[in-house]
Design a binder for this molecule. Sequence first.
Ligand code: AMP
Length: 538
Amino acid sequence: MQAPGHTMMRVPLTLPHFLERAARLFPAVEIVSRLPDRSLHRYTYADFYRRARRLGEALLREGLRPGDRVATLMWNHFAHLETYFGVPCAGGVLHTLNLRLHPSDLVYVARHAQDRFLVVDDVLLPLAEQVCGEVPFECVYVVPLTGRPVPTDYRSYEDLLESATGHWDYPILEEDAPAGMCYTSGTTGRPKGVVYSHRSLVLHTLAAALPDCLGLSHQDVVCPVVPMFHVNAWGIPFVATLLGCKQVFPGPHLDPVSLLDLFAAEGVTVTAGVPTVWLGVLDALRREPDRWRLRLRTVVVGGSAAPESMIRAYDELGIAVLHAWGMTEMSPLGTVSRLKSTLTALPEDERYAYRAKQGLPAPLVEVRAVSDRGEVPWDGRTVGELQVRGPWVAASYFGGEEPDRWTSDGWFRTGDVVTIDPEGYVKIVDRTKDLIKSGGEWISSVDLENALMGHPAVKEAAVVAIPHPRWGERPLAVVVLREGQHAAPEELRAFLAPRFPKWWLPDAFVFASEIPKTSAGKFQKAKLREQFRDWSWD
Ligand code: AMP
């Protein structure tokens, strides 16, 4: 037997390889971004390579140390892609801030992550300004997307790139070194940080690219509609760069017509986003079926359940909906629903039922469903909490919060309640947590309840997710008033308005004499959800 170490080379799995490969093999392939003024910015991988490397070099000159967090507050476009590589290839950690968070949450997250630098789109400066005063960023770099001069309090991202010489070697990077970071939110407590390593991103990229997962190739033109601050746009920019795909970014223009115009103009073949986006796009396609000449072959749908009716409707248009499930803690890819070769002869309804499930675990991802009585059988009926394990599943939260999310035998508790069928397809039947997912973004029911219960006329309030045809779910508040008190829905909305983003505010307030409770005195939200399941939003 050979001694250990005499088998294969131990090459660290790190991101610089992606940049080098793309620039060497695909220098002329384009990266196209829609800018705020709707014009198109286009350049090639050769340009992207030069600029991403300049960013890395310049940040090191600015004093970036290994593992330092660099935050971004940006839409999907070329400069955000540059940070995806420039920051980790210099040994930094890219922390993508969710621009839909309330400023107070952004402050919490940026402070918790100890972000040292911020890169922000000029069009997002009004939001950044509500945050910067309370976060000790050492420097804020502004990307001049509009071409307007950068305010003197900040530095221009372009000047930062200019300050680099262009002659630079990557620092030595260990494959387990941190590369990226994203925050998730929970029903209880604050958002929690998940830190991705070079190795986990590389392995996730390889698996995501596989034909049975996202199924991308160099021939594809890829447009992530899912924000680049939402779990690395599901890893798509990494996959596309490794393979050298043409990349297309929508910038801030996410309405169906703008998206379809972009897809048609740039020949997009694969796109991805939450169901809400694709329901809107479907409406637009039905309204004007002849308006767009599309090359679109696959729409990756995740973040919330893809309705079966939507999968069917896209099939009629010759576009395959690929239903995927994942989490921030899973980088995010967990399962993908593709029909097995042994199931293709099933009747149509059964085939669609499989495709509407969340799908089969990706290679290297292990799944099990666990109830109070232990691991449940894969019978498609018995429910249990989904637990997962794999090389791109978080081993802990940043700062070590909620260690009990990991089992003593090393699995991550997802908080999703599922069945697993004999074929291995996972189906999400509920969430253990009571968060509300509206248009792909979380709303914390507990935060809303706590605020509502601060109103002098309110005795108790529970906020629950109710299915909504456009947004997936919207919050409905069930309110018990104090004896002899009055408060109209408009008044309660106005009371919440200063504390939350507008889209967090409950769309309906229902007054009740009591809220059902468990023996421990907790609100029984499952009961409320059931009670208001068929709520009519019009
Ligand atoms: P996030 O970390 O924000 O990506 O949210 C992850 C959670 O979103 C999961 O735990 C699920 O509850 C939900 N989720 C993600 N994808 C799907 C899907 N395809 N179907 C149903 N729920 C999903």
